[in-house]
Ligand binder design. Sequence first.
Ligand code: FPP
Ligand code: MG
Length: 358
Amino acid sequence: MACLSPSRLCARVQDKLMCQFGHKVRRQTVFVKLKPPGPTPLRIFGRTCQRVTTCGPACGSAGMGPAAAGAVRRLASSLQSTSTGSLPDYGSQIVDPYRLLEDDLNGIYEDIRSELERNTNQAELNTIATYYFDGQGKALRPMVAILMARAVNYHVYGENSALLPSQRQVAMISEMIHSASLIHDDVIDQSDFRRGKPSVNVLWNHKKVAMAGDFILAVASMMIARLRSDEVTLVLSQVVTDLVQGEFMQLGSKETENERFAHYLTKTYRKTASLIANSVKAVALLSGADEATSELAFQYGRNLGLSFQLVDDLLDFVSSAQARKHGVEAARLAADLADSPYQKALALTTDLVLNRIK
Ligand code: FPP
Ligand code: MG
């Protein structure tokens, strides 16, 4: 997590990377100098941000164990040595995905809160379960799910296609699974803050917090069942299996550097990319898309998710061009869908993820 000030980005980078490579350390804060602000500040996730392209000497591998530092260097060079291509030049065609989907996303947190509320008469359980659905999140997962739904609908049925209610439900389910996992993660990590406020485990005891996470997951499962699609049920259940395994893998370590590297990539897919990949596959399936298009959606989400997590883990250490490979691949996949504002916004989302400030 990081907070941005005009000249500095403060990030728990050291903590983050040590954890990623299997060594749990006490939380530390390091300060990373940003390059001087460019002429045109980016607006990402509703905030004005500065682009971070390189890393100053302050954020080398100092403080890391040699194994973790070696793995970071290896990951950086493996990504840089691959021909990464370039992201499309959007020129005047920039399509802000959040603006494009304003109506679809409007009220999504209220709808999730209502869904939870109507399933319990336990006031405190409801308060804990709805704590993170306060509208302050980026809603990246619902945004990407709805964008893919609209792009695939357009691809299959043309410009008069509409977002299906079941596809919007998947967007909600995706955010609910994500939040349930974060609640459990906050208990495991004994976190202090999330999204600018005390994390849930600080305010309520761990037993109640763990059950609130389970409750969100249970309500999300009922919503999945209501979609009445065995295929979508399987796809979204896979996400939960992956999340648990990804988090479990993070607790373990491997002997050799090669093993640690493979372990890190698999863990990253399971912990982050699987939710995005399977959610966009689910909306494609609900659209009635053929197998090739559903697979395209899945691969787009997989690459976007990997890119997102690699930026999160490594942005402060090495050039963001390392995560670029997956971003470029996601943008290439999006280009195979029929030309539409949603398809353009899917491509732009890869750029937003690569250039975001955490
Ligand atoms: C955040 O990691 C955690 C996740 C993305 C997944 C956590 C998964 C579980 C706890 C398994 C249980 C899953 C369910 C669905 C109940 P982080 O600690 O690296 O990121 P942070 O800085 O945002 O906390
Ligand atoms: Mg955590």
